[in-house]
Design a protein around this ligand. Structure first.
Ligand code: PRX
Length: 662
């Protein structure tokens, strides 16, 4: 079957998917229950003022949107506010004794942090950061796992106007070093260790190695997972121990710094099509307003809810929908340190029952895993979600239906939220009380968001025609990234150049390129097909092919390498590595291990290749470009397709035989 036939068939199958109505008890209580919200927020740009009004401002903005210097758009210009004040202080009047964070350690330890506690902890940490020299606008790199120290440190940075750059704890020392250098960061915040599957991981070691590798020489602040350094961790004398530092700042308060709406709140590094990750820079006012409003309208969060987003704060989902959005709304959030199957496969449902969680947020990868484990691990746990989210990858209708039935008890809404690190918050997703759910489809655009599809030449496709195209967003929104840190050219090249008139100073000529393919179906629903560029999605983690390839190329035995995404029933995609070894080097288990180790060292264990194939040549065009698409077809048992443009058309067939057999 050709790609096109497959697409038509899938489209027909998805068209047949039934719609599911939100339960009336959900609709009756939903935050967004009036369809007029689409028209109101859609008034550009004033409609987004309602989002900013969810926040407390020190000074009101003068201008809602400034599009005079595209694509460097500005939001709520002239306004001043502090994100930590909005997420913490402003709740003290009404709910200081309400729990802000319900933290559960993997070992079963629990911590109940009220808004008053959070206020105290954030203030003390802000004072501690100042004490070691952190000033407004200094970038603080945070390399922490899912422990309360992470949101506390982020909010402490926000309080003193120091943008944070959180690096997912699973990233390796080299990845940490690269991000420290790239962000010109002079401070790293880490921890002695944390728990994974019952083991104490000595996390601080990554900071030790990163310091050796980085060009900069940042100061390191080290939290401890227990009251004291855990026996097994060896913490350098050069590091400042946070618990001791905090002793000097007990009960101290730090006045929140009034930040311009356009001052950066944080950087979040993400993979792109080059070997170097980009620092997506998010602004304070527009980002926080967008995260808060989408938390309210899409996630339906209310202060009295118990909300659990089972993502990691080290990725954008955790920034927007564990820390900033939910805390800005003053709700109670669950945070879990460990893995979902430790010590047993019902751990998630045990937690949901214990805290009586109302809203649950996870990824299709996790749903597929729960589905594989079987519903018997869910049965018998007494929890009742009213609302569930999926994010990060397309969800197959089968997995959606399982989630709906076995986790939601056919009684909860599901929102499939499409967005990206760059977009700050949801862009395509139904508002759960207003639109029916359609398994496998992200749904309609969020209020005020105008997506469109274009062909490769930039010609717009007819709306709702059921055809696939490049997804673009034609109008700015407050949550969008400001720029790529330190690299405005890369910002323009990556997101704008392809489908905008870059000579124009009229913002309406500029279109944001998402990098995803999508179909706009006849019913007006959007289905996301996945990345069109060399970016893959491994268990919801975004990984650049080039980043993986440069890691593999570090191995001395390797002459050339290419990485292809192989479809995987649970993880969505996994990396397959194809390598040509240097003359005279024999393929061996040792070289294979070196390659895997190089990826783990350069990026992290989560990026570990599924297969390493030793081949004698890579498929290349006559101009020498590696045709990764062919390798992808081989990895996925698909037809090779057209190979006539290759320098040596016999290469892919040889590789295919080697990988797939005859
Ligand atoms: O390909 C899309 C996929 O994840 C990419 C963004 O990855 P990241 O920046 O890591 O952010 C993930 C969490 C927001 C997108 O370009 N993606 C995200 N959400 C969905 C999705 N694909 C299909 N459906 C979704 N709901």
């Amino acid at each position: 079957m050709s790609d096109e036939d497959a697409d038509v068939e899938l489209e027909a199958r998805l068209r047949e998917q039934e719609y599911f109505r939100p339960p009336s008890k959900f609709v009756g209580q939903a935050n967004a229950s009036d369809p007029a919200i689409h028209d109101e927020v859609g008034e550009f740009p004033e409609g987004f003022e309602a989002y900013a009004e969810l926040l407390d401002w020190d000074e009101h903005w003068d201008e809602t949107f400034d599009g005079s210097n595209p694509p460097f758009f500005e939001w709520f210009v002239g306004g001043k506010l502090n994100a930590s004040y909005n997420c913490v202080d402003r709740h003290l009047g009404e709910r200081k004794n309400q729990t802000a964070l319900l933290w559960e350690g993997e070992d079963g330890e629990q911590e109940n942090i009220t808004y008053q506690d959070l206020y105290r902890e954030v203030n003390e940490m802000a004072a501690a950061l100042r004490d070691v020299g952190v000033e407004e606008d200094d970038v603080v790199t945070i390399h922490l796992p899912m422990v309360p120290a992470l949101p506390v440190t982020m909010l402490a940075c926000a309080r003193i106007g120091a943008p944070h750059s959180v690096v997912f704890a699973g990233f390796s020392a080299s990845a940490l070093a690269e991000r420290v250098d790239s962000a010109d960061s002079d401070y790293v915040v880490t921890i002695d260790g944390y728990y994974r599957r019952g083991e104490f991981l000595e996390h601080v070691e990554k900071a030790d190695t990163a310091l050796e590798e980085a060009d900069r020489d940042p100061q390191v602040l080290c939290w401890t997972r227990h009251d004291e350094v855990h026996d097994s961790a060896d913490v350098s004398d050069e590091y400042t121990m946070v618990p001791e530092l905090l002793e000097d700042h007990r009960r101290e308060t730090v006045e929140p710094v009034s930040r311009d709406a356009e001052d950066p709140l944080f950087l979040m590094y993400t993979s792109g099509t080059t070997g170097k990750p980009k620092g997506c820079q998010h602004r304070t006012g527009g980002y926080l307003a967008y995260a808060a409003a989408t938390s309210k309208h899409v996630l339906d969060i209310k202060p009295e809810d118990t909300y659990w987003c089972a993502a990691d704060i080290g990725w954008i989902t955790g920034h927007s929908y564990i820390v900033y959005g939910p805390l800005a709304l003053g709700t109670t959030s669950v945070m879990y340190e460990g893995t979902p199957d430790y010590p047993h496969k019902s751990r998630m449902w045990e937690i949901a029952e214990r805290y009586d969680v109302d809203i649950f947020h996870t990824s299709p990868t996790a749903v597929r895993m729960f589905m594989k484990w079987g519903e018997e691990h869910v049965e018998g746990y007494d929890f009742d979600f009213r609302h569930m989210t999926t994010v990060g990858e397309p969800i197959q209708p089968e997995a959606w239906l399982w989630y709906y039935k076995h986790i939601g008890d056919e009684d909860a809404v599901i929102v499939d939220t499409w967005w990206q690190t760059e977009t700050g918050g949801h862009l395509i997703t139904n508002l759960p009380a207003l639109d029916d759910m359609k398994p496998g489809s992200a749904g309609k655009p969020a209020p005020g968001i105008e997506p469109a599809l274009v062909d490769d030449e930039g010609e717009e496709l007819e709306p709702a025609a059921g055809k696939a195209g490049n997804l673009i967003i034609t109008r700015p929104w407050p949550g969008m990234l400001q720029t790529v840190y330190g690299n405005p050219e890369r910002f323009i090249d990556t997101y704008w150049a392809d489908f905008s008139d870059t000579d124009s100073d009229d913002w309406t000529d500029w279109n944001y390129k998402a990098g995803d393919g999508a179909v706009h179906a006849q019913d007006g629903y959007w289905r996301i097909l996945g990345r069109l560029d060399d970016v893959m999605n491994v268990a919801g983690h975004r990984l650049g092919t080039m980043e993986l390839e440069s890691a593999v190329a570090e191995v001395e035995a390797v002459a050339e390498a290419a990485v292809a995404a192989r479809e995987h029933t649970e993880k969505g995609e996994v990396p397959d590595v194809y390598v040509v070894l240097r003359e005279g080097v024999e393929q061996s288990e040792e070289v294979r291990e070196d390659i895997i180790e190089a990826v783990e060292d350069e990026i992290g264990a989560f990026a570990r290749p599924a297969n390493v194939h030793f081949v004698d040549d890579l498929p290349k065009t006559r101009s020498g470009k590696i045709m990764r698409r062919l390798l992808e077809n081989i990895s996925n048992d698909a037809d090779l397709g057209d190979t006539t443009t290759l320098r040596d058309p016999s290469v892919p067939e040889r590789i295919r035989e080697q990988v797939q057999g005859d």
